[in-house]
Design a protein. Structure first.
Lengths: 421, 171
């Protein structure tokens, strides 16, 4: 059923070759058994990825999610056939609208574009109802899995399309949205981003952002703090009546990046009952290794060029091609599955096994060596088994924790709505 | 010994083949048409590191110093030479000549973006709009170029890339 990832197949073949030379058959057998055990577990547990920017691909003219795409052609990382190959049972498609001017015009346009993206997800699930189904509640992932279908949930990445109108949240909920990431790479009217070059604007959540969190609690939409500033995290976790999520963030202690979460935050997540979903973005998983050979080759090439302003157009094109060849010859090594599970180990140590999950960020920059696209996600399970994680623990990491939070968010919404009556 | 060397060689070749990609690359283009103002405006947001890599072959070059007081006198020409190869907007089958009306820098570090603004008077009704946006697809196989089109009150989004870099809308 699963495509055995090239990474492991390759390693296994290499090991087979070498170990057969050394007549060490037992190690090969144990490696083979480990992979088989991991794939069995991967097949049994619900595998849920909380973050894919695939709706961006869906606005590409002619792009069809029911067809298999080559990730090395244009960078496409997820489609329905590759979900099947990788044994990925469920995914949250994040509707993302790039942030523009923060006024009524900008907000209205963002709302229209966001609704179009959501509609394109719904259309795709309807059109491919033999392979996938639109999922709205936690249980839907399991019922669709039983039917042999992939579950497609919807999230929104960036609260910008909410604008300044709380009623939009209800509109998005009715469309099927089940989490909203409060901010993206810039501050918006709700809250501060971790990466806005102008620094904090609201010192966390704005007054309107407070109302947004309360409304999300009331409706049963998970509050996502990924991309938020540290202050946003602290404000949100203090305010939210329901557990919160970080749909695609890692551990800052392992990789020092402002998009990752400190140990203090991880401990608060545990106290809150929330979950941090590990993401497959290389720069959040490891420090970029130096590459002196590449640097010197590029420096040598540049020093041999005449000034760009004196080049003909043809010479400029040739120079660009030469640099590209060097970049292709010395690519920046991607993070790998061991880096991912290093982060999982750390979060488990600090927050516990109940507070970590997976949010790959495919089609949003996610994709590493060994988990380059959706067809290879089983390699995470293989590494978890290698490190001694049990099936129960893997079930929690791969979806159980997120589903628990999702259920609690819905239960709290029901309680809030009952109290209102 | 031979087996160890073989192992190292195979692992080296294998990891070289595997590690052949880099993070998501994006640009954003917003095209707006107002029938009331009879105006087409175009905002093109490009990451500065990508611009520098494309036209001076060094992502962190300060040679052109876009939007700085010491901006190179060649900066706009080199930029437009590049853009004219990879980007156009055709209105009613006629290509709009790229002439920068305004530009500015936003953000810092690797997130610094160069915003270019173009503006055109459009007196005749809009019948068709064709966009080619293949910027940086010559450098990055996974470059994604998002295009937002706002025609009066209606909006539409597109994503163009190396494989599909041109799209036409008819009205």
């Amino acid at each position: 059923m699963f495509k055995l990832c090239l990474n492991y197949l390759g390693s296994f073949m290499i090991l087979s070759l070498i170990f057969s030379c050394a007549s060490d058959i037992s190690k090969i057998d144990s490696e083979k058994e480990l992979i088989e055990k991991a794939l069995d577990i991967h097949n049994r547990v619900l595998t849920l990825d909380t973050h894919a920017d695939t709706p961006l691909r869906m606005i590409q003219p002619g792009f069809d999610l029911s067809e298999r795409h080559d990730p090395n052609e244009t960078g496409s990382k997820l489609d329905y056939p590759r979900m099947v190959e990788g044994g990925l049972d469920a995914v949250f498609f994040a509707a993302f609208v790039a942030q523009d001017i923060r006024n009524d015009d900008g907000h209205n346009r963002a709302k229209n574009l966001c609704l179009q993206m959501i509609d394109s997800v719904i259309t795709s699930t309807n059109r491919n109802s033999d392979m996938v189904g639109l999922a709205l509640n936690p249980e839907d992932a399991y019922s669709l899995e039983k039917e042999g279908k992939r579950a497609i949930y919807i999230g929104i990445e960036n609260g910008y399309p909410i604008g300044n109108d709380l009623s939009n949240i209800s509109l998005y909920y009715k469309k099927g949205v089940r989490y909203i990431t409060l901010v993206h790479s810039s501050n918006n009217d709700l809250a501060d981003s971790s990466t806005d070059s102008n620094g904090p604007e609201h010192e966390g959540l704005s007054d309107f952002g407070n109302e947004v969190v309360k409304e999300m609690n009331r409706l049963g939409i998970m509050v996502d703090v990924s991309h938020g500033s540290d202050s946003l995290f602290y404000d949100t976790i203090a305010l939210s009546k329901a557990p919160i999520i970080a749909s695609h963030s890692n551990a800052r202690k392992v990789t020092n990046h402002e998009r990752n979460m400190t140990d203090e935050m991880l401990k608060l997540m545990a106290k809150n009952g929330g979950v941090v979903q590990l993401t497959m973005l290389s720069n959040y998983l490891r420090e970029v290794p130096p590459n002196a050979e590449k640097d010197s080759a590029i420096a040598a090439l540049r020093s041999s060029m005449k000034p760009v302003a004196k080049m003909t157009e043809e010479e400029q094109n040739e120079a660009r091609e030469s640099i590209k060849k060097l970049n292709d010859m010395f690519p920046v090594p991607l993070a790998n599955v061991k880096n991912v599970v290093d982060h999982i180990d750390h979060i488990v140590n600090v927050a516990g096994i109940d507070h970590v999950g997976i949010g790959c960020d495919f089609d949003g920059g996610g994709g590493i060596e060994g988990v380059f696209d959706a067809s290879e996600v089983m390699n995470i399970t293989i590494e978890l088994v290698r490190r001694g994680y049990s099936e129960d623990q893997i079930e929690k990491i791969w979806g159980g924790n997120l589903i628990r939070v999702f259920k609690e968010v819905q239960a709290i919404a029901e309680k809030i709505q009952t109290e209102e009556v | 010994m031979i087996a160890s060397r073989l192992l190292l060689l195979i692992i080296f070749l294998y990891t070289t083949i595997q590690a052949n990609a880099h993070p998501l690359k994006l640009s954003l283009c917003e095209i707006e048409y107002s029938s009331e103002k009879k105006l087409i405006s175009v905002n093109l947001k490009l990451f500065l590191t990508d611009v520098n890599e494309a036209i001076v072959f060094d992502p962190y070059s300060k040679d052109l110093a876009f939007c700085q007081t010491n901006e190179s006198k060649h900066a706009n020409r080199l930029l437009l030479n590049y853009l004219n190869q990879f980007f156009y907007i055709k209105v009613n089958s006629k290509i709009l000549e790229l002439e920068i009306k305004n530009k500015n820098l936003k953000g810092e570090g690797d997130n610094t973006a160069l915003w270019l603004y173009f503006e055109y008077i459009q007196t005749s009704p809009l019948q068709s709009l064709e966009i080619k946006n293949a910027v940086f697809t010559d450098l990055f196989f996974d470059q994604n170029n998002i295009v937002y089109i706002h025609i009066d009150e209606k909006s539409k989004s597109l994503m163009l890339d190396k494989k599909k870099s041109i799209h036409q809308l008819k009205f």
